[in-house]
Design a protein. Sequence first.
Length: 603
Amino acid sequence: MLRPLLLALALGLVPTGPSRADASAANAPAKVLRYAFPAAESGFDPAQVTDLYSNTVIANILEAPLEYEYLAQPVRVRSNTAVALPDVSADFTRFVFHIRSGIHFADDPAFGGRRRELTAADYVYTLKRHYDPRWKSGKLYLLETEKILGLSELRAETIAQKKPFDYDRDVPGLRALDRYRFEVRLAQPSPRFHLLFTDASLTGAMAREVVEHYGDRVAEHPVGTGPFRLLQWRRSSRIVLERNPGYREQRYSERPAPDDPRRTRIARALNGRVLPMVDRVEISIIEEPQPRWLSFLNEEQDIVERVPDEFTEQALPNARLAPNLARRGIEMVRYQRNDVSVSYFAMEHPVVGGYTPEKVALRRAISLAVDIEREIRVPRRGQAIPAQSPIAPQVWGYDPAFKSEMSEFDRARSRALLDMYGYLDRDGDGWREQPDGSPLVLEYATSPDKVFRDLYEQWDVNMKAVGLRMIPLVRQWPEHLKASRAGKLMMWGVGFSGGPDADSFLVLGYGPNKGQANHARFDLPAYNALYERQRVLPDGPERAKLIEEIKRLMVAYMPYKLHVHRIWTDLSHPWVLGYHRNLFVRDFWKYVDVQPHPRAAPR
């Protein structure tokens, strides 16, 4: 009976005064999910930002055609704004997406008062924006490696002729077939290309009117079709999202494995509920671990994502939830991250870069001097496992049996390599010089918060032990990111997360991605050729063999010192319903409910 009534209301055929149920709902207190980021965001335009926290916000506002099922393990892809999964040609070079009709963008002044429907042309425009030099997209590599016919050429022509990017130019690889269908054609096979269309922070639809209306300030005004819209933003301090009142009717519908009792319990409790279940998401930026942890304990935050390492012994003795927290009804979700923590060497830097034997020897010697087990035990408080390759656990292509020099700690070998290749202390001051006698100083980019201070301290101890001088370059993370993309750092330690396939980690070493995912600017023809060969193959033994060769090349040339794959533990208060961690779903806020609860006194 509800649908005819709603249709009649839309047509203006019945009175629209509030019903008793409407009045009750309007008077109910808003459901607010309170949450904290441990690092600042940089903006909310997919074509301009690359950091995890900005992308997390974007994924809750914009929508991609596909998405991952929230409770599925192993991962499963399903349609989102698309009617179904794309039609794919037998040779994996043509993909046709059919978008649902009746999906609308959130209201915004850019639309001039009209209700704006999502169309196939919006996805065509969204993809083209990454090729527009104006936006300097840090995600362009994800698309350029796919070789969409005609787009790289259009970008090159735009740069060469110093003219505005022509969004109206037809290219053979990307076009709207009609109002609701668009086609992508590739120059070579790409069996996993459709996975890019699960990532709203890359392929989430943006309307051309919005970008043209806000111009260079579009990162402050994200407008999408998703469950939330941006209500308030105080840069590096507070972000507030509210329920998008124009969001289409979507219901919780998850299918976890029947042998997973926790996920099954969540699905039974929530299946059929209208999404999103909360009215507002309030995000605080709390960079220092102690205040972020105390904020959760004092019930000022509903969830703490990743218990800070320095509090793991207090919160998780022997990897079990502490009894005092369990008595409060707090729930724990512990999981292996799909990420790798690395320190890169700038391959174009005159001190640590280069491909000659003495430069390779220097990087390998530095790597051998790093005590990974101590790093895991002390600053990381046991919340990690050694990384043998860039490919993270729970990712296709990860091999738990693969062992490499990346996890070895051997200061005797480190010193021997340095001696053999002429990195000696010639003046007796305790520090080694370069083979030509010039000073050897390692400059490592780090940040002022405690986690980075502790990690840098380990670096300093390790390098002193083999006679290498290291100095810190201390700046805020966004400043380092900007400098890194411009190739202006010597060494920097970062975490890199990817999708469910090895390709999203192997891009770290692919030459054409220099300045994007490849911050080390590693460019080895043999690596590039193997990378290009594996990515056109379907999953199977042949591809797995090529991936192993790629991993060995990265170990041999050491453009990155691979440290660890992190283990995270999230905690949630008992009034939070449905919290779970799917490594590949950033837009989880729509799947969480918050029950009314009395505010506890600060503890």
